[in-house]
Design a protein around this ligand. Structure first.
Ligand code: MN
Ligand code: MN
Length: 417
């Protein structure tokens, strides 16, 4: 929001001074065209018109300045692309809790859904699987994860802060919080309609299978199964597990351990790029072969800008986990909307729509960009303009050659670089 030039101010006054004939014409324009005309307006609107004397939620208004005082470049009805985990129902049980943001909460988020989960030390997310794939990042503490691969070979490991795991659809797995204080992690599923309430749970399955069938299936007596739970556990409190080496050894048995690494040690690799305004770590199937979900972990220092860009291959699901920022999503027909994000918020951008993210706070802004695609892809405005014949670009934007020559040519991802 730079200073208005005299020419800009005159243009806006000119807009306010439109003739009644123009206003009449505007009234028959479609909503999108009207929205486009709004872009010339808001800065010139008087304080009296901006006033808000009725009831309001001042705390939420303060967290959402871009809604309360829309930028003059915002226009039209762009579907909301923000939902805070703070609004989500918390399913609380002995051993921990979970809360989810799916398409039911955030209607635009069709391709991915997220779950935020807390497990105490010893708390177990019980043995289960689901139809969607599960990408995860540890946000706090430590956990032991287990699964088996398609050959029935076991995988058991411990994960700590910033480390990832990935379980393909139908692969059975578990998560257990370790000492001293368990863990909290984010799960991302490659289906906007996913729900943690709709997973195949070991206890639920056994509670709904005739006991004589289970006994015959295992070749044991029915009386030996008398203590089976009668309903699902989902999350429950258990004792801390044995040492990792012991758990690996007994789970592997004579079959041996899986050759597949379902975990990714994020911080053992250098950042994909870093400069004075932040860093980006891109993790996709090129570095983490088992995953079909790609990710960028972004840190923006105060004032840093994730440059104007878009993704040609997939929608983007975001999770903000430190600091505060704002994002504008531009869409067709002269429509654009800016929303503000705080730690714990989910954001979403439909495939190919242009956007930027800017740190508006005084501390580092950290967020994840997630894609339902094994390969991460983006295109930046700066690289587009830098690699198009300059006369053509100048004819569009009325830039002089010196300015055009000064644009970044190496796709910095984060500015100022
Ligand atoms: Mn799962
Ligand atoms: Mn993006």
């Amino acid at each position: 929001m730079g200073d208005e030039t005299a020419k800009d101010a005159l243009t806006r006054r000119g807009f306010l001074g439109v003739s009644s004939a123009t206003l009449a014409a505007a009234s028959v324009l479609g909503a999108e065209k009207l929205a486009a005309q709004e872009t010339a307006g808001p800065k010139t609107i008087s304080d009296k018109s901006r006033s808000d004397p009725g009831p309001t939620n001042s705390v939420l208004d303060a967290q959402n300045p871009s809604a309360n005082h829309p930028l003059p470049t915002d226009a039209g009805g762009v579907q909301t692309f923000k939902y805070p985990f703070s609004f989500a129902h918390k399913r609380l049980q002995e051993g921990g809790w979970s809360r989810e943001v799916t398409q039911r909460e955030l209607a635009v988020s069709k391709s991915l859904a997220g779950v935020d989960m807390r497990l105490t030390a010893g708390g177990v997310r019980e043995l289960h699987w689901h139809t969607a794939s599960e990408w995860a990042i540890m946000l706090y503490g430590d956990a032991r994860i287990t699964c088996i691969d398609l050959q029935g070979k076991s995988f058991v490991t411990d994960v700590t802060k910033d480390e990832l795991w990935f379980f393909p659809p139908g692969i059975p797995h578990s998560i257990q919080g370790l000492g001293p204080d368990g863990c909290e992690f984010l799960l991302v599923f490659d289906d906007g309609n996913f729900s943690e309430y709709e997973t195949v749970l070991l206890t639920d399955w056994m509670a709904h299978t005739p006991p004589d069938v289970v006994a015959k299936n295992f070749g044991v007596s029915q009386s030996a199964l008398a203590n089976f739970p009668k309903k699902e556990y989902f999350i429950f409190q258990a004792d801390l597990p044995a040492s990792l080496e012991e758990d690996k050894r007994v789970a592997a048995g004579t079959l041996g351990m899986s050759p597949i690494d379902f975990a990714f040690r994020t911080m053992k690799y250098p950042a994909t790029m870093s400069n004075k305004s932040g860093e980006v770590r891109i993790i996709d199937s090129k570095s983490f072969p088992v995953t079909t979900t790609s990710a960028a972990m972004v840190t923006l220092k105060p004032g840093g800008l994730r440059e104007l860009h878009w993704h040609p291959n997939a929608d983007e699901w975001q999770f903000f986990y430190a600091g505060q920022g704002r994002m504008t999503v531009f869409t067709t027909g002269g429509r654009a909307r800016t929303q503000d994000f705080q730690s714990g918020d989910v954001g979403y951008i439909q495939k190919t729509l242009p956007h930027y993210i800017e740190n508006t706070g005084t501390t580092d802004l950290k967020f994840l960009e997630m894609f339902k695609s094994p390969i991460y892809e983006d295109l930046a405005l700066s690289e587009w303009l830098a690699h198009t014949p300059p006369e053509l670009v100048m004819a569009h934007l009325h830039l002089d050659k010196a300015t055009l020559d000064a644009l970044p040519r190496n796709k910095p991802l984060i500015m100022p670089d």
